[in-house]
Design a protein. Sequence first.
Length: 272
Amino acid sequence: MTRSALFEHIRLKQSYLCVGLDTDPDKIPRSLRECADPVFEFNKRIIDATLDHCVAYKLNTAFYEVSGAAGWESMQKTVGYIPSTHFKIADAKRGDIGNTSALYARAFFETLSFDAVTAAPYMGEDSIRPFLAYPDKWTILLGLTSNAGAADFELQSNLDGLLYESVIRKASQWGTTENLMFVIGATQAELFTRIRSISPDHFFLVPGIGAQGGSLKEISEKALIKDVGLLVNASRAIIYAGSGDDFAEKAGAVARGYASEMANYLNRNTSV
């Protein structure tokens, strides 16, 4: 998916919401557990309920890999079920030497047909280059994460400022604003103005609102650009909004609420 296509979908939906399908088999309602593929059935119903309110879906691959071959089958069927209008992210956090990364890229862009994959930049450009070789596909690099461990390395000082700042500056040279995004955790909202000054034109994938406590208002006010430049992800807050047979209806209501709030922020951005 091209940047212009993504922006057009955001403009039409008046939403930059990404729904995280981090589906834990232990949290699926009991009524679905007798289905042939409970994970896929759960995902289908979440997708049907949220489709009109979001522009992207993100699948954290760990929730599927834990179930082995059956989990990969659920993931593949889920990706196939998501319409081509919606941006599909494999949250795999890959990053390895070049020939290994080339196989990861094939797995997620060819075998599974995702639009984007998350990757760790700390092995350098040659570990990321294979992902960037695919036309109209995106690499989403870890920039500044939400976890407490970000203080161990990402927030440490070096000669150029903080380490995460150096990573964003350097990695921005590897790709373009048409194929490279950065993960910026929502719980780091006080740093978004600084991050946007370092990377004024790239899209940011922002996890951490909802269950992790990030502020959609603060992020939107500090990081929206002329063609939006944000995909804000919510996972648990949406997909586990309900635990009974009405789980999909409740998920749709939460997604609708996020989308409505996003529309207000977009309306203040006269280019959208």
